[in-house]
Design a protein around this ligand. Sequence first.
Ligand code: B12
Length: 214
Amino acid sequence: MVDELQIAMAELDEEKTLMLVEERIKAGCTSMEIIESCRRGVEVVGEKYSDSHYYLSDLIMSEEILKGVMRVLEPHIPVNGSPKGLSIVMGTIEGDIHDLGKNIIIYLLRSSGFQVHDLGVDVTPERFIQAVNETKASILGISVLLSFCVGSIKRVVDLLVDTGLRDKVKIVVGGYPVNQQVKEFTGADFYANDVTEALKIYRDILELEEGSAS
Ligand code: B12
């Protein structure tokens, strides 16, 4: 099926994208469905950039449009957050400043009642370890969009092992280059590169932890 919203996003047509988002909200689509269409559109922007059909300025434009989409969506995202016991640390790995996807996941997690410590972007492995230690987090979420930064995630996991913290925290990695191979290479527990899968993982971990606590 042709997804008009995905196409409008891929064509960097801001006005049409925002109009279609409003239309879909009125039609009862979920925020996650809308975000997913936009994410797929932005993926095409990335492909066109790789093929030299788009320039860096177009990547920046896609960022602006996506931020606009989130501004429209946010008031419609249900806040059904009865506070959940688990504490989460999230950040984008060292060398990488992409944060739109991470911020969307954090927004949705907080709306669902999770306590999230956002370390921002370009986060060193040492800083991740310090935060896990200080916050006693049960989940560490690491975002990565640049393939050459994947190696630093493995350093985070290795450092967690060295400091005796590995068994205390579940590690979830996410972002454009992430797949089963990346999960295995880095030693993470879970991976996701879309919003629905990401939230499902966090909820599953919560259920597991609550199950083992009772
Ligand atoms: C927008 C964008 C930018 C913006 C970023 C703005 C920002 N504030 O984030 C700007 C213009 C700054 C930028 C810069 C660069 N970019 Co850029 N960028 C993109 C683009 C087009 C979209 C990324 C995005 O926001 N997607 C939308 C969000 C919603 O999706 P997402 O990030 O994938 O997140 C979702 C899931 O992955 C998941 N998720 C994400 N994180 C996490 C974390 C956890 C724990 C979980 C569970 C889930 C999860 O959930 C999110 C919601 O669905 C991508 C293309 C692509 N295919 O991703 C290229 C892309 C990532 N960029 C790329 C490149 C090369 C660059 C630059 C090096 C360009 C340059 N020459 O300077 C710089 C790097 C700067 C740096 N040091 O980081 C390449 C990377 C190639 C590679 N394989 O390494 C890509 C893939 C484009 C391409 N095809 O060439 N970029």
